[in-house]
Design a protein around this ligand. Structure first.
Ligand SMILES: Cc1cc2nc3c(=O)[nH]c(=O)nc-3n(C[C@H](O)[C@H](O)[C@H](O)COP(=O)(O)OP(=O)(O)OC[C@H]3O[C@@H](n4cnc5c(N)ncnc54)[C@H](O)[C@@H]3O)c2cc1C
Length: 374
């Protein structure tokens, strides 16, 4: 339990850390706890300038814009599409952006952490590829972005919707034409503490992993370089809890960005419910929403296959374009067990006994080569 004055209500704090980056005395600290985020003010250091409160996108939301173009599609570069979580569109846009002289900032897995880095060539951009289904840490990056933009350079930021809102707040009106943003349709994010616990219980150390993947196209499972923590035909408990909205940080269940109107220039997600052939779906298809002329510019500069999407159907199949994820009714049971046992896997099993039991059997049979891994 963290006490003290907070920048916004801790049930609403997204962990975006915008407040932390504007504090002139380093009095604000954003902490991602196991079940929520909080931005606490150290009253001994605080000079009451109120900058943290004013920048907070939860206290003062950014403008959200209705998309005016939408497509489904993929990167024409086969490798980029294959490595991407859906159609590889994010990485393809980032690649053409840096090839045109801009700098792209997005999330990478490095030394056990999900942090933000800049890329200025196509080789560096490759590190961004793939969804990390965990709360990433943008601390320190916004002021770097602002600095580059103020030098007159163009920056493309790709991140979660709450992080895009934070970047836009920090950059403000000055030279905002140099900032391009892409946000992801977001189901919600668990604290990285969950991931760490799950991996430890399975004999892995997050800090020692060279690479971590959360899905291989439409197969959602946790792996190191696609070698599953559990066999890839088994639904591991981290993925199960993520897909069931069991353990996101508290704020995710009232997310203000889970709407059709968006804070970014472009929004990307999976094209769930697509009528394109199964063969193409297996290679990954992204849903693309474009809100601004800057977004249109990004799409036009990139080698993409884009085609018509029935937007009504896309919204029906992607609930986070209308509402935040619904809090799982077993969430309290999950956290109560977790606080008591400190065991992530047991806590998931307490909520989903039958599913976990079945998956455990499947895992054993796969290891015995009685059933085949996918
Ligand atoms: C936590 C989370 C929840 C999601 N929920 C949904 C959903 O409910 N419905 C849906 O349609 N799509 C969802 N997505 C988006 C989806 O998984 C794909 O990211 C999206 O379709 C883009 O795919 P791509 O192949 O174009 O991107 P890629 O080419 O694979 O690039 C992905 C980009 O996203 C960035 N990124 C990945 N993970 C994070 C992270 N944790 N924080 C910040 N940036 C990150 C990468 O750095 C990279 O720039 C979610 C993504 C995340 C990270």
């Amino acid at each position: 339990m963290i006490s003290g004055q907070t920048v916004c209500k801790s049930s609403e704090c997204t962990g975006c850390a915008a407040c932390m980056s504007v504090c002139p005395t380093n009095a604000v600290k954003t902490i991602v706890c196991i079940d929520s985020c909080v931005s606490v003010i150290d009253e001994k250091l605080c000079i009451k300038c109120n900058k943290c409160e004013k920048i907070c996108p939860q206290n003062h939301p950014v403008e959200k814009i209705k998309p005016f173009i939408w497509y489904q599609g993929w990167a024409n570069d086969k490798k980029i599409r294959m490595e991407g979580s859906s159609g590889g569109i994010a990485t393809a846009i980032a690649t053409s952006f840096v090839n045109n002289g801009g700098s792209c900032c997005s999330c990478v897995f490095e030394n056990g952490n999900f942090v933000f880095k800049f890329a200025s060539n196509s080789e560096e951009v490759k590190r961004f590829s793939g969804s990390k289904y965990v709360k990433s840490n943008p601390q320190g990056i916004y002021n770097e972005i602002k600095k580059i933009i103020n030098q007159g350079k163009k920056v493309l930021f790709i991140g979660l919707p709450c992080q895009v809102a934070a970047v836009k707040k920090i950059v403000g009106e000055r030279k905002k034409e140099n900032l391009y943003t892409i946000d992801l349709i977001c189901h919600g994010t668990p604290s990285p503490i969950m991931l760490d616990l799950f991996l430890k219980e399975n004999g892995y150390d997050l800090n020692k992993l060279t690479n971590i993947k959360f899905r291989k196209k439409n197969n959602f499972y946790l792996s190191e370089n696609y070698k599953g923590i559990k066999p890839s035909n088994v639904r591991d408990r981290y993925t199960l809890s993520f897909l069931r909205s069991l353990n996101y940080t508290e704020n995710c269940y009232s997310c203000q960005y889970a709407t059709f109107e968006r804070a970014s220039d472009i929004t990307l997600g999976d094209s769930w419910g697509s009528e394109i052939s199964k063969k193409e779906q297996d290679k990954g298809i992204s849903l693309v929403l474009c809100q601004t002329e800057q977004g249109k510019e990004l799409l036009e500069m990139t080698d993409l296959h884009l085609e018509y999407v029935d937007i009504k159907k896309a919204i029906e199949n992607n609930k986070q374009l209308s509402n935040p994820s619904i809090k799982n009714s077993k969430r309290d049971k999950f956290f109560n067990t977790l606080y008591k046992t400190k065991n992530f896997s047991k806590s998931v099993a307490k909520c989903y006994f039958k599913i976990c039991f079945k998956q455990e059997i499947k895992s054993i049979l796969t290891k015995m080569k009685i059933i085949r891994e996918e």
